[in-house]
Design a binder for this molecule. Sequence first.
Ligand code: SF4
Length: 332
Amino acid sequence: MQNIKKLQDSLLLWYEKHGRKDLIWRNFKRDGSQAYEVYVSEIMLQQTQVSRVLKDFYLPFLARFPNLKELSIASESDVLKQWQGLGYYSRVRNMQKTAIICMQKHGGNLPSSVYELQQLPGIGAYTAGAVACFGFGKSASFADSNIRRVLCRLFGLPHPKNREIENLAKMFLNTKSSFDHNQALLDLGALICTSNPSCILCPFFPTQCAAIKTNPRDFDQRKKIIYKELNIALCIVSLPNGEIGFIRESGKLYAGLYNLPKLDSLGFIKAQYLGSFKHSYTKYKILANVYTSKLDYKNSQKLASLGIVFFPSDNLPPIANLSKKALKLTAL
Ligand code: SF4
């Protein structure tokens, strides 16, 4: 086993010179007073890149829902609309459930212990540890996919169980500088020790990393995703006043969001081909063909019986990315 103190020092030295210390959520108070802001960043970053979160979503979300109270009393439609474009909507639904529980049970604040955080909807071991450490200044260890990859390679564990990784993260934690230590591991995994690592730039290269003796790529933890291919036809149905028809989704993935109707569900209408685009969603690779149809008011009533609801184009409900992309074709 390597000398842990030396590894911790190498990591902190690297973070001091190369870490992303200017990220907004790394500069909040660590006394719990800005734990909500940290929590929002952690949830957004679960499936979305830092640059996208920063460019389009983080500050607008905080402006609309500046605290747990505002989030807890918002309408579902308002919350989903604010999340529009980020995808994986269960994240924000769980955030609202968490906000409601915190208002009822924790005096309008997030709890500070890892255990209590993990009892809240959508907060797993990683997020609980990150909020406790980054929001409350606690000495907590945790591992997301980036930290996991670094630790596996650094300590030479090709296929560890979750429990082994948790123990390793705990053993490696620098309890005197937990905040910087954990942020450094996140940055190293995101910037250097990636699936195609730039070892020459790594603070553990060449003598401290166990994986260097074999091949770092043998330690890749990613599971291969098997995608399903889908072909669908969507229809942009519009009325003479410009209103567009949508269907409210009730399935688990899109619940509460609106999508353009599928052409084959509309039966009687005549439609013209507009264009097509590719879209990926969870395990689906979708080829979407888009059609348009202009209806008169009489025929629009038939669509109402199919559950189609019409909205003005300048006041649309929260719509799924798939339909957003389809609507963009009308602007071409
Ligand atoms: S030396 Fe390479 S494989 Fe090892 S931790 Fe650094 S980047 Fe990862």
